[in-house]
Design a protein around this ligand. Structure first.
Ligand SMILES: C[S@@+](CC[C@H](N)C(=O)[O-])C[C@H]1O[C@@H](n2cnc3c(N)ncnc32)[C@H](O)[C@@H]1O
Length: 287
């Protein structure tokens, strides 16, 4: 399989500007998602080592996965014995999660697995019957949050979504949220095709396009080409390029500046001069 070629070209038009519409609605990405993310065992092992330990060590039991997609991370948590509520805005993605729950319905933990359609902008209202006293942890992983575009140029919808995540937590509850290292993508002009999340042997190319608005990077589009030998699939996903310092400030403004906030790089403690593919933020809701 040829090595990925990453190219960056600047476009002022032609990039989908899909708002909070479902980028997965045509079903293309959903269909090849499991191929895209590669060996789920490797990916799941990363999660098991990092997330499960972190959740257990902090006494978390009830987890809300706000971007469950096809269910990869939620399934791992259900298998590990957590009580999981999973949601996503895309019914095309959710249908794979629903299918897995149905296939494994005879296992008690899967029968109890709650799956709902919900949008981050209306999340609390969409799932309020399940919030009860608040979740021990909310997870928004797999580069999901960057799917939300900045429609107004001031990230107000991002802030509304994170406020909803915070509202779904109990006091002392934890938010785990990640984003690609867009600072590095902006600097180098390319996104690594292999990373902690995406280990696929079948990924042949990712083309990186950056939309600049008023001199500022406003959207990054990644055109994925996946070839499994017999079949070739192409799909495009667009992301808001979160910068680490700005994202830190948004989290701290919402959770409070005295809240416990730790940042990991590719599931490891972040050290100076690290250049990870992904940043993962852990922030705690004040008691
Ligand atoms: C990159 S996928 C990741 C799914 C899963 N966490 C994984 O890692 O495989 C991102 C998911 O975020 C969902 N999403 C994007 N914007 C959303 C929104 N505003 N509300 C709810 N879900 C959203 C998409 O539908 C998609 O399933």
């Amino acid at each position: 399989m040829p090595e990925s070629e990453n190219t960056m070209y600047i476009r002022s038009n032609g990039i989908s500007a899909e708002g909070t519409r479902d980028q997965y609605a045509d079903g293309k990405a959903a269909k090849v998602w499991e191929v895209f993310i590669g060996d789920t065992k490797v990916r799941t092992m990363n999660y098991r080592n990092f997330l499960v330990n972190m959740l257990r060590n902090r006494g978390c039991r009830r987890i809300l996965d706000v971007a469950c997609g096809t269910g990869v991370d939620s399934i791992m948590l259900v298998e590990e014995g957590f009580e999981v509520v999973s949601c996503d805005a895309s019914d095309k993605m959710l249908k794979y999660a629903l299918k897995e729950r149905w296939n494994r319905r005879k296992e008690m933990s899967f029968e109890n697995w709650v799956i709902e359609e919900a949008n981050w902008l209306t999340l609390y209202d969409d799932i309020k019957d399940h919030v009860k006293g608040g979740f021990d942890a909310v997870i928004c992983l797999g580069n999901s949050f960057a799917h939300m575009p900045d429609n107004f140029g001031d990230q107000r919808e991002q802030k509304q979504a994170i406020t909803n995540f915070e509202k779904c937590l109990r006091p002392g509850g934890l938010l785990f949220i990640d984003h690609r290292n867009y600072d590095s993508i902006m600097e180098t002009g390319s996104a690594p095709s292999k990373s902690i999340y995406y280990n696929s042997k079948h990924m042949t190319d990712i083309k990186t396009s950056v939309l600049i608005v008023a001199g500022k990077p406003a959207m990054v589009s990644l055109d994925y080409l996946i070839s499994t030998g017999d079949e070739t699939s192409e799909f495009r996903l667009s992301y808001y390029p979160h910068q680490l310092e700005v994202f830190k400030k948004i989290l701290r403004d919402i959770f409070g500046h005295n809240s416990y906030h730790e940042i990991f790089g590719d599931f490891k403690e972040l050290r100076d001069n690290d250049n990870p593919a992904f940043y993962i933020h852990l922030i705690e809701k004040s008691e």
